[in-house]
Design a binder for this molecule. Structure first.
Ligand SMILES: [Zn+2]
Length: 107
């Protein structure tokens, strides 16, 4: 009987491990996806989601977006003072917020 219950235990352990890994991967990829949309490190958030599960996903949701421009915008750097700002993609000219220089940007 001992061998049989050992077998059951290892089965349950195996199933638990498989489910646990599946959940870990799912949370990892969900965190990766969320982080990618926020221009954050996808690898870092995959690991966070993988290790912390739903908590990691929550972190990815709550974290502030990264530096890159959001959708419909692009990041530009002033040619005079190197100040960085986001402008709309369709804009070909903008005024620097820092030095007020009128920059023209190619597409
Ligand atoms: Zn400037």
């Amino acid at each position: 009987m001992l061998a049989y219950s050992d077998f059951l235990d290892s089965q349950a352990f195996g199933v638990g491990l498989t489910v646990g890994l599946a959940v870990a991967f799912a949370c990892g990829f969900a965190s990766l996806f969320i982080a990618g949309r926020k221009h954050r490190s996808t690898l870092a958030f995959f690991i966070i989601g993988f290790l912390l599960g739903p908590l990691g996903m929550l972190v990815a949701v709550l974290v502030a977006p990264g530096e890159s421009a959001s959708e419909g915008m692009r990041a530009v750097i002033c040619r005079r003072c190197n100040a960085r700002q986001n402008i709309e993609i369709s804009e070909t000219q903008y005024e620097c917020w820092q030095c007020k220089l009128s920059n023209s940007v190619g597409s």
